[in-house]
Design a protein around this ligand. Structure first.
Ligand SMILES: Nc1ncnc2c1ncn2[C@@H]1O[C@H](COP(=O)(O)OP(=O)(O)OP(=O)(O)O)[C@@H](O)[C@H]1O
Length: 236
């Protein structure tokens, strides 16, 4: 299977802190990838590097067979952590904006997802709960027909019941599409069934990468995975 992302010995230092400390991994195309690890292990820095928002100090990083650059960002949907929407815009206006400015945005798909996630098109961002705003941001990425979707903690702020409902629905939706989807999350126990492929990070490195079924076969439950692989215990 061909790879869509390749990283070799990528290092990124902030002041004297190594956010990425020799990150090496390959991500196969058309897979749903969980990028997991404790707070501060470098997940967001990895994602920001993939869209060119962060320049690594050294190492090799390629996405869609190119170094990250603004031109191939048209083919990547990226949801940053802590993303917010313009307070005065309704969901409908956000979709108008996305239709004009986001390459490969499919409005019909966005409206289907909004309906499915019970997000009223007339709701303004300033009147939204944290969870409703998180749904809007998720839809703006998921409604794009691009080869790579990168979601940095897309479920934070969404309550457990809604999260389960949304996740169940998007499993079918995602498996119908020929995209590579990277998702970082701390909600591991609820969504581990979603991932074909898992990257476990710690201290700026990938400490395990591979098919999720191989991870389970090697370690058992995700709980056991984290007990075995993270000496600091369960911090997710
Ligand atoms: N702009 C920055 N300036 C200084 N340090 C930073 C910056 N961004 C990240 N860091 C540091 O780099 C390390 C990795 O941060 P990063 O946000 O990539 O981790 P993370 O795995 O996404 O964490 P979390 O799960 O808490 O979101 C942390 O120690 C963080 O404090």
């Amino acid at each position: 299977m061909s790879t869509v992302i390749q990283c070799r010995d990528v290092i990124k230092t902030y002041d004297d802190k190594k956010a990425l400390n020799g990150l090496t991994l390959d991500i196969p195309e058309q897979s749903i990838v969980g990028v997991l690890g404790p707070n501060g292990c470098g997940k967001s820095t990895f994602f920001r590097s993939l869209v060119g928002l962060v320049q690594p100090d050294s190492g090799v990083l390629e996405i869609l067979n190119q170094k990250p650059n603004w031109r191939n960002n048209a083919d990547i949907a990226y949801l940053p952590d802590r993303a917010r929407w313009y307070p005065n815009h309704t969901v409908r206006r956000a979709f108008d904006w996305a239709e004009s400015f986001l390459p490969h945005f499919i409005r019909e798909q966005a409206e289907k997802l909004a309906d499915f996630m019970e997000l009223d098109l007339d709701l303004k961002a300033r009147g939204m709960s944290k969870g409703q705003e998180a749904r809007l941001m998720l839809i703006l990425c998921m409604a794009r027909d691009v080869p790579v979707v990168i979601l940095d903690e897309p479920f934070s702020g969404i309550d457990v019941l809604s999260r389960e409902q949304i996740i169940e629905g998007i499993i079918d939706y995602l498996h119908e599409r020929e995209q590579t989807i990277l998702i970082s999350t701390h909600e591991i126990h609820e969504i581990e069934g979603l991932f074909d492929f898992t990257v476990l990070m710690d201290k700026g490195k990938a400490i395990w990468t591979g098919r999720t079924e191989a991870l389970r076969a090697e370690y058992g439950s995700m709980h056991q995975v984290f007990r075995s692989l993270y000496k600091r215990g369960l911090e997710l």
